[in-house]
Design a protein around this ligand. Structure first.
Ligand SMILES: [Zn+2]
Length: 447
């Protein structure tokens, strides 16, 4: 049993319960036993949280871990310009590069307060080896809860899509490989550390048949669906030209609206699109830093939340947002909402909800993670807030969200320590850095 005490606690439960001086008790089964004010009478391994705030672990709802190997490129491009610059480089990915990039990306996410991450991997070069296995091994070695998606692209330039021919797969092969990934790895249990989702890449890189059959496959196997949607004006133009409808109308047409679907970005949505997402319970992975880096626009998050859309936060791939820090995304989400809608558009607690229970809803894990409540999995982060950057901001949740990115003093995933005193427990950051550096150099040298 682990007892964290002398600590501020933001439970992020439905009532928004907080304890300025409280405790959290974690059982040996990896679940939360108790949370409350003052000290606990129970016996166990006591952790003094003086000067810290405990929150649910953050949930990252959109990422491309392989992109850690291609950071800092195409720095001033639109999405389509950025993609066409990077596709040829990504075409040379292999399992070793993806494993090293995923190790670095997931290690960095853990240090930024993330305890559960998804990954959207959609580049499978023919001779690249088992890239999905490589990133799954990386997540195991760091200790994060992982929701990798088996992505795919089957619409290349010669057929009117954006990616070059050599990075796309045959439609039937992509579907078969996706089902094989579910067979091999998907664990539907409540304690699951690994769930697979089905994730064709985007309307401009995937055929309509792949979108439709992916939805059928996911529902037959009881797994979730994810894709990029409504990220840019260029994508909207592409959909109007190719399909005669907006991206959300296209998603509806191919069976992609529902409470088992979450979509990355959702930046360019009109009122009717937002209403459709809300009515169907379709989730949105809001990636405000990536949207700002690529200059794609600012999502209408206030309206999405008001329409009941499950909204989570995502750092998006490290090549479109080199910070890739999930803790920092709390503030970016709040700033983005306020730039659109003024100072009342979002407060610190709502930003924290997006980063925790909102993300859990997108991944279908709201019964297991996303809030600190007895019986839920002990995925917790203890943030240090008594240093120069935060001390004096009495509202601890405001200090976390409005202040600079806080150091993670302790991160637990299912009660197991993943970060302690700002360091990874199961991996060495310098080793991850060196492996990622080698991967980047090898990838860039083979051009
Ligand atoms: Zn993305």
């Amino acid at each position: 049993m682990i007892i964290i005490e002398n600590v501020a606690v933001a439970t992020v439960d439905a009532a928004g319960t907080e304890f300025p001086d409280g405790h959290v008790v974690v059982g040996d089964d990896g679940r939360i036993v108790a949370v409350g004010a003052g000290r606990s009478e129970l016996a166990g391994d006591r952790v003094d949280g003086t000067g810290c705030l405990v929150t649910p672990g953050l949930v990252n709802t959109h990422h491309h871990l392989y992109q850690w190997a291609t950071r800092g490129l195409a720095l001033d491009e639109t999405l389509f310009g950025w993609l066409t610059t990077l596709y040829p480089i990504w075409g040379r990915l292999d399992a070793e590069i993806v494993g090293a990039a995923a190790g670095a990306g997931l290690g960095w996410l853990a240090l930024s307060g993330c305890t559960t991450s998804m990954d959207h991997h959609y580049v499978f070069p023919r001779d690249g080896g088992d890239v999905l296995a490589a990133e799954i091994e990386a997540a195991r070695s760091i200790g994060l809860r992982f929701h990798p998606t088996r992505g795919s692209m089957d619409l290349s330039r010669k057929d009117g899509g954006l990616p070059p021919d050599h990075v796309v797969e045959d439609t039937d092969e992509a579907l078969a490989a996706t089902e094989a990934a579910i067979d091999r790895w998907h664990d539907p249990s409540p304690d699951s550390m690994l769930r697979i989702a089905v994730a064709p890449c985007s309307p401009f890189s995937v055929t309509t048949r792949l979108m439709e059959e992916a939805a059928v496959l996911a529902r037959r196997r009881g797994v979730r669906l994810h894709t990029h949607l409504a990220e840019t004006d260029d994508e909207e133009e592409f959909c109007l030209k190719q399909f005669g409808c907006t991206p959300v109308e296209y998603a509806e047409r191919v069976g992609w609206l529902g409470d088992d679907v979450w979509l990355a970005h959702g930046v360019h949505l009109d009122d009717s699109a937002i209403a459709k997402l809300g009515a169907t319970g379709t989730g949105v992975a809001h990636c405000p830093s990536s949207n700002a880096r690529l200059g794609t626009g600012a999502a209408r998050v206030r309206e999405l939340i008001d329409h009941g859309v499950p909204v989570g936060l995502g750092v998006d791939g490290a090549a479109s947002q080199e910070v890739s820090h999930l803790g920092a995304e709390l503030r970016q989400a709040l700033y983005t909402a306020r730039q659109r809608g003024g100072p009342k558009a979002m407060d610190a607690r709502e930003a924290l909800r997006l980063g925790t229970i909102g993300g859990a809803r997108c991944l279908g894990r709201q019964d297991d993670i996303g809030s600190i409540e007895p019986g839920k999995l002990a995925d917790l982060v203890m943030w240090r807030l008594d240093g120069l950057g935060h001390d004096g901001i009495d509202d601890r949740v405001a200090a976390l969200v409005f202040g600079p990115p806080a150091r993670v003093d302790l991160a637990l995933v299912g009660g197991r320590r993943v970060v302690e005193r700002g360091e990874l427990v199961n991996a060495d950051a310098d080793t991850l850095t060196a492996a990622a550096r080698r991967a980047h150099r090898r990838l860039m040298a083979t051009s």
